[in-house]
Every structure is written in C-alpha cells, then in structure tokens.
Design a protein around this ligand. Sequence first.
Ligand SMILES: *Cc1c(COP(=O)(O)O)cnc(C)c1O
Length: 403
Amino acid sequence: MTNDLIEKADRVMAATYSRFPILLTHGDGCTLYDANGRTYTDFVAGIAVCNLGHAHPGIAQAIADQARRLVHVSNLYYTGPQTSLAEWLVEHSFAGRVFFCNSGAEANEAAIKLSRKYFKDRGSPERFRIITMEGSFHGRTMATLSATGQAKIQKGFEPLVDGFEIVPFNDLEAVRDAITGETCAVMLEPIQGEGGVRCHAPGYLKGLRELCDQEGLLLIFDEVQTGMGRTGRLFAYEHFSMTPDIMTLAKALANGLPMGAMLAKEEVAASFTPGSHASTFGGTPLVAAAALRVVKVLVEEGVLRNCERVGRYFRDRLLDLKSKHAFIREVRGKGLLLGLDLACDGTSIVKACMERGFLINCTRDHILRFIPPLIIREAQIDSLIACLDSVFEEMAADNSSFA
Ligand SMILES: *Cc1c(COP(=O)(O)O)cnc(C)c1O
C-alpha cells in the first residue's frame, strides 16, 4: 500500500517536495503512526505547527462543534469566533488590531503592504524599502521570497519584487548603514527558524528597536515560527524587553488548520481601511474556533509552562551530547525551538533517527532542528537523546574523521 501510494503521488503531484518514504495515517499526542504499523515520536510537529500534538481531543471537539454550526460566510459579515480570537490576541500582545489570513507568507504580505501604506498615508510615498536579514525565511510568494535572505529560495523566480535590502545577520551597524530616505521598515525573525535556529547576540533586538525609533522606521517581527508558545513565552519578543510595531503569526495558531494573522499597533493598523486589504478565507469561524481553543489550552492547561521547563531540560541534554561528540559545534535556541549545529551533513542522521522511530528535521544541510509538540515529556526527550547518542557513536566509528 505504501509503495503504491508513493508511486502515485510522485506521478500526479507537483514535484515540489522531496519526501521521506513513509505514509503517515494517524497520530496521538507526540506519536505518529504509519501505514505499516510503525510508530514515531514526533520532534517535527508538522514544522512547528502542531504545538498541542496530534488528535488533541479538545481541539478536535472545537473543530467538530464549529463545523456543525458554521464554517464560512466571508468577511462581508461579523462572526463570533474571529472576534473573540482577535480580542484574545490584542489582550495578550502589544498589538491593537489583528488582520486574519491563511498562512505565514500571507501574514508577511499583509505586513509588507501595511508598512508601505503607513508611509504613503504620512505623505512619504518614497519610503517603501524594507531591510531584511541574511539567512531569513519569510515565505514563498513573490514579495516574501524577495524579502527572504536565501538565494536558493529566490533562484529561478527573478525578477524579484523591488524594495528589499538584505543585510548580514545580527549586525546592527549593517542595518544602520543600509537605511536611506527610502526605507520604511526592518523585518526579521526574533530567532531564525529555517535559517538554522539562529539567535541574535544579547542586546541586538533592543538595539534594533532603538535604531528604528531614532530613524522613524517600523519594526516587523516575523513570529510565524517563534510565536504561539514555541520559545516558552507566548511570543518570542517577550524575551527581549521590547515590542515590535507589527508581528506576523501562522504555523501553530490553529494547531494545523491553516491560519495566519498580522498584528499591529493601533496607529500603524489605522492605515488598513475598508477595501485596502482582504482575504476570502481569513479568520473563518472554523479556524478561529480551533485557534480559540488552542490559546486556551496553551495558557490555562500549563502547556506554555511545560515548554519552558522541558525546553530547558532538552537543551541541557543536547549540551551533554555536545560535550561527548566533537563534531557538534553548537547547541542553540529557546524553549522548544532547538538546534544542533554540526560539522557534518545532517541528512543521514535524520534518516537514521527515522529508522529508529524518531522524526527530526535538518535545515541548511548541517543543523538538526528540534521542534516537537509543546506537550512533549522528559522521558520522550531521554529516548531521543539515547537514539542520537547511538547514531553519533556509529557515525564516529564509521568515519574516523569524526572521532
Ligand atoms: C514557515 C514560515 C513562513 C511561511 O509560512 P507559510 O505558512 O508556509 O507561508 C514565514 N516565516 C517564517 C519565520 C516561517 O517559519
């Protein structure tokens, strides 16, 4: 069954993904099951999406209840769940207003459009350029891939959308030097996710906030991956004693139903007026009802606390591994967005872990990324660490250059 399906998928689907040859059928918490009855402990969570794990009964109930009542009516009318969710997000963040959409790329598109319009409305139409970072990832639409600081994402799709200046990561002076009379905003991830779980030096983000204030620029945080509790706080900016002007969310917002959001301070959001931006599906009652339950579970059922505690435990165990294996260059990240920077290729390690029943991810070829559901337990982390330890030991035995 698995091989037939894989053959069929590879025949009829756009070949945009290179996938692992397993067919996943169902899940439960941090466990996934394949069509051959094998089980996997999930340290990928659908790429930092299923923060509450798979088949969460409360979320399933919220989706089922709302599906029986009302799925979609368009944004021509008011609906309850999206209003309650926007109210919750405003109450729990720096923001004054929320725009709902369906993905991270779309949320970033909204942030880019809002930044341009904000300066048009202030009589500075020449200010439309946005400074972004090397190694960043903001999505795959034309504007967001143009904002993304990775050549491999842009290659083949030129000409790029004009108006993005990409500067070196974690370099405040480089941002200062790139600012011109045409700059309107700086956009970045508070921790780079796809770029390899890269954190900034202490003080950088606060310094960037001060620079943006001095220069009158908007500061946009792409929290598509870091948001919704992933780093141990609801939003990653909370770690850095500062706030952005605009923040984008998606991935974990509805625990797997497609949903994005752009949040902005009241005076910035005021530049979105009736007709200036829209999304047919944005904030349907169905996805909003799921997200409302997500935020309730995250805060009221101790998931955020678990993420912080278990994240620290996980990080310490990765540091134990680092002290044992010389080819581990660095342990990075916060909460349950953790990375191991290796001096060797990571793809074969991902495969070896999968064969042993653990799903992990590798970015930039040599950085193992761990982004499990935030409900993961110490015992599951211990099992993964034992698995990694044995894979690393075998690698060292196979290749004396690692020893
Ligand atoms: C995943 C991701 C995106 C893109 O989200 P999509 O929903 O795939 O469009 C944008 N920014 C960051 C930081 C991401 O991690």
